[in-house]
Design a protein around this ligand. Structure first.
Ligand SMILES: *[C@@H]1O[C@H](CO)[C@@H](O)[C@H](O)[C@H]1NC(C)=O
Ligand SMILES: *[C@@H]1O[C@H](CO)[C@@H](O)[C@H](O)[C@H]1NC(C)=O
Ligand SMILES: *[C@@H]1O[C@H](CO)[C@@H](O)[C@H](O)[C@H]1NC(C)=O
Ligand SMILES: *[C@@H]1O[C@H](CO)[C@@H](O)[C@H](O)[C@H]1NC(C)=O
Ligand SMILES: CC(=O)N[C@H]1CO[C@H](CO)[C@@H](O)[C@@H]1O
Length: 621
């Protein structure tokens, strides 16, 4: 804290006394690049010798190397035929594969899929607790839900209150394309943006134990090879269960009961005062590697980050809430780590609507792109109001990359903005801030803006009395137009951000922060296919500094080409290319079908009274 306040005060030209005590308090390294390196008027001057390069590798270099190794480790497990796939299955899952597994392998093979058993981990994470419920109960819950996609005799049907509900249509369509290979199933669908189920951790733990106890490789003669089917429930559907929906209250308090008892968030109560900037790290984020996300699973997990209760719209004020603490089967496109829905690839990824998918145009060559950060979107994330808008993630992000807003904070208020707090320049040691202030630099490399302030109470879409002073509303920009920029941050809205797949498939580089889990999580490797970012966004400057550097090209004496100090453009291009190439191999529509087919075979088994003995063993004969 001392050095944070001190250095900032130097930069902000506060009292000499503080400057001296700061110099005394900070290390020799800081001293070496202290005030004289910073131009007081924010104008870059390049007539100084280049700073000596840092002694070790940049942490991002280290993380990229680690990601490469991680990917090779994954790919070493690739399976190519029924035999190796079934073997990998038994090894990882401890059971026989479900009936229909041979058709599944065949379908994957015909569609040229990369098959690594680990890519399907999310399915097992989601379904495991259901081994703790009676199959008959799951079938009845599923059958009687209001929104259901069903398969009978290889045909798909949709039950909904309105046949034009887009999510129902899209997911119905997705299941319909593979229905001929599926057993009879009822798939209850979450039609809301927000996730719906948080079962207390202690209950889930019991359900998971039930799965563990029943897990075994049943001797071949005892294996049942055919699903029972749903005739019985069709003839005798019974009544819906009362799931005791919770429709009000503080979502943080509802959600944290899903956290492990010893996790940092479990016993931290919700906030009720959302005025001013959110709690933010005062140094490198916890669990980071020298300031950068190193474990993506942890970086996304609110159970490990109580601060998120005051800095993410999901916990500040969701638009709508309808949650239960009882386990029942419901499928949706995204969820928090403490939720218990069953994930499908989001309908927004299945649609061919260009607004979400970005269409089939993926952007031009890297060299033709503008070296800048582009973000356009609505001020969603929840219901932002006068009393709490400063705690919403999209607002925070747009402000933190707004050079003017950042400059105000630096010059006038000791680094504290209306909805963010800056770290000292001596935390991340950016190249850019050796030459200019953060605001000046950001103004030259960043073009983020809202297209709609989503004010509450509503005042039309463009004006908003409490945020007008902080944001300039700009025109919507199609994803295709955004691909003209190298760096595309992706920030949660009311739940996950539906443009992520489009960004991954683009020739630009996605920079991703989220607290939501999705179907694809175990097939994407952070720092290889995308740049992971902390939910506080304090690492955004370090990320941009590494890739873009000062943003201003200059020619050194005796050198032919002008270079941008500190830039790693090659690495950015490499990651953008790798992400695109990988998305074209494992995030195709075919890959979604393959994921859903595997998921639904498993789900049908869990719904079957004979589930403990149901299995596929033909490969062992
Ligand atoms: C499915 O097929 C079975 C056997 O052919 C038949 O008894 C049943 O009525 C069919 N169900 C539906 C929903 O078509
Ligand atoms: C909320 O917090 C702010 C800043 O800490 C404080 O000024 C304000 O009085 C608090 N409001 C209430 C209602 O407690
Ligand atoms: C990331 O963190 C999770 C949860 O703490 C842990 O289980 C996992 O092993 C970690 N992954 C890596 C690659 O370190
Ligand atoms: C950037 O911040 C300034 C000062 O808060 C504000 O006037 C301006 O509208 C913001 N720009 C955008 C694009 O939101
Ligand atoms: C979850 C929560 O407490 N949200 C609050 C956001 O701020 C408004 C205005 O103070 C409150 O009404 C909400 O309850």
């Amino acid at each position: 804290m001392t050095s944070r306040l001190c250095t900032r005060s130097v930069l902000l030209r506060l009292s000499l006394f503080l400057a001296i005590s700061c110099v005394l308090a900070t290390s020799a390294f800081l001293w070496a690049r202290a005030p004289q390196d910073v131009t007081p008027d924010g104008i870059p001057h390049f007539n100084r010798p280049a700073p000596t390069p840092p002694p070790q590798a940049h942490p991002i270099d280290t993380l990229m190397k680690k990601a490469d190794r991680e990917w090779h480790r994954l790919m070493a497990k690739e399976t190519t035929d029924l035999e190796s796939a079934a073997k990998a299955y038994r090894w990882r899952r401890g059971r026989h594969p479900p009936p229909g597994f041979d058709k599944w392998v065949e379908f994957a093979r015909l569609n040229g899929a990369v098959v690594v058993e680990d890519f399907f981990d999310q399915i097992y994470h989601d379904l495991t607790p259901f081994w703790g419920l009676e199959p008959a109960k799951i079938r009845r819950q599923a059958k009687n839900f209001e929104f259901v996609v069903s398969v009978r005799n290889g045909s798909m049907t949709v039950k909904s209150d309105d046949k034009d509900r887009p999510w129902m249509k899209l997911w119905g369509n997705m299941v319909g394309t593979i229905a001929e290979w599926l057993p009879d199933i009822d798939i209850p669908i979450n039609v809301m943006d927000e996730s719906r189920v948080v079962v207390p951790w202690e209950d889930i733990n019991e359900y998971v134990k039930a799965e563990r106890a029943s897990r075994k490789l049943v001797p071949r003669p005892e294996v049942v090879r055919e699903y029972t089917g749903l005739q019985e429930i069709d003839e005798n559907p019974g009544e819906p269960f009362d799931l005791e929906w919770i429709k009000g209250g503080l979502y943080w308090d509802i959600a944290r009961v899903g956290c492990p008892p010893d996790s940092p968030s479990r016993n931290v109560e919700a906030l009720t005062n959302f005025s001013g900037p959110p709690p933010m790290p005062s140094g490198f984020p916890d669990r980071s590697f020298e300031g950068y996300v190193t474990n993506w699973t942890e970086a996304k997990d609110p159970c490990l980050q109580p601060d998120l209760r005051g800095s993410h719209g999901t916990f500040v004020e969701p638009i709508s809430m309808s949650t239960t603490h009882y386990l029942f089967p419901i499928f949706g496109g995204s969820k928090l780590p403490m939720n218990n829905e069953i994930l499908l690839p989001p309908a927004m990824y299945w649609t061919t609507d260009e607004f979400y998918s970005g269409g089939e145009e993926h952007g031009g060559a890297w060299e033709t792109k503008k070296t800048a950060v582009m973000w356009r979107g609505a001020a969603s994330g929840g219901r932002n109001k006068l009393e709490n808008w400063t705690r919403f993630q999209r607002h925070r992000f747009v402000s933190m990359v707004n050079g003017t807003a950042v400059q105000h904070a630096e010059k006038d208020s000791n680094g504290v903005g209306p909805n963010f707090e800056l770290l000292s320049y001596n935390t991340y040691h950016l190249t850019a801030t050796q030459y200019m202030d953060l605001g000046t630099w950001l103004n030259s490399i960043s073009e983020a803006a809202f297209v709609n302030l989503v004010c509450f109470p509503g005042t039309g879409n463009v004006n908003c009395p409490y945020t007008d002073a902080y944001y300039e509303v700009k025109k919507t920009m199609s994803m295709r137009e955004q691909y003209a920029y190298k760096f595309l941050p992706d920030i949660d809205g009311n739940s996950f951000s539906g443009r992520y797949r489009g960004f991954l498939r683009s020739t630009s580089l996605p920079v991703k922060a989220t607290i939501y889990s999705e179907w694809h999580d175990s097939r994407l490797v952070p720092w290889l296919h995308f740049v992971p970012m902390d939910n506080s966004f304090v690492d955004i400057y370090g990320i941009l500094d590494y890739f873009i550097g000062t943003g201003i090209a200059k020619r050194r004496e005796g050198e032919e080409k002008a270079v941008v100090e500190g830039a790693h453009d090659e690495q950015a291009k490499k990651m953008a290319d790798a992400g695109k190439e990988w998305a074209e191999r494992v995030l195709r529509r075919e890959d979604m079908q393959i994921y859903v087919m595997r998921l639904l075979l498993e789900y049908a088994r869990i719904c079957d009274d004979r589930r403990e003995r149901l299995g596929f063993v033909d490969d062992l004969e």
